[in-house]
Design a protein around this ligand. Structure first.
Ligand code: FE2
Ligand code: FE2
Length: 221
């Protein structure tokens, strides 16, 4: 009875054709994934849109990659301290963000930035060196970076909304969700004494200058 009801619930999905259908893992009834033939970004209308979307994905992927390397650097120094689990928790979320962008990039054959090897080293060094200042140093770094990333996501959200909110619904959903996570990381940094680091504002401004430069070049190279 329950099975019949469950299947009936999904019967209407026959209408959309096999390409969009996957099976329910419990009862094998077909599931409608989406009314669209794409998962996150629409097939580009022209070269200009293609270029715009690739730039968006390339820089976001670079940012998430860099964030992962920063948390890896922090964990290398503070992993065994009392702050370890907190950093690990944020890192785990960054891993999910990166995995999502990896998936979207592969699906749409988007080339990552050529600067990944640089962000690999620079991210780790930034994370480890600020963590050497102690827990407050690591949190100051988190506050600076996460504020930059969430501002960057906000400006992308604004641009995509102005462009065509219906066309980019799925992409906007991903970016908004990640933006909220980054804001949470930022707040976590503040709650864990980032501002009590001597020279906090100086360090924060220096890191954010670096983030701006990284965002600028990762869109282009
Ligand atoms: Fe992230
Ligand atoms: Fe984050």
């Amino acid at each position: 009875m329950q099975r019949a009801a469950h299947t009936a619930l999904h019967d209407w999905s026959r209408v959309v054709g096999p390409a969009l259908i996957r099976q329910c893992s419990k009862c094998r009834a077909p599931l409608l994934l989406s009314a669209r033939a794409y998962s996150v970004i629409p097939p580009p209308r022209d070269a200009e849109e293609r270029e715009m979307l690739h730039r968006v994905l390339r820089v976001d992927h670079a940012g998430e990659y860099g964030a992962n390397r920063i948390y890896a650097g922090q964990m290398a120094v503070l992993g065994r301290s009392r702050t370890g689990p907190l950093i690990q928790e944020m890192w785990d979320q960054e891993k999910k963000h990166l995995a999502k962008f990896n998936e979207i990039m592969a699906e749409n054959r988007v080339r990552p930035t050529a600067l990944l090897p640089l962000w690999n080293v620079a991210g780790f060094v930034l994370g480890a060196s600020t963590a050497l200042l102690g827990k407050e140093g690591a949190m100051a770094c988190t506050v600076a970076v996460e504020e930059s990333i969430s501002e960057h996501y906000n400006s992308q959200i604004r641009a995509l909304m102005e462009e065509d909110p219906d066309r980019y619904t799925e992409l906007l959903k991903v970016i908004k969700e990640f933006r909220d996570d980054e804001l949470e990381h930022h707040d976590t940094g503040l709650e864990h004494d980032a501002e009590s680091l001597p020279g906090f504002w100086l360090l924060k401004n220096a890191i954010q200058l670096g983030c701006k430069a990284a965002i600028y070049v990762s869109q282009r190279v």
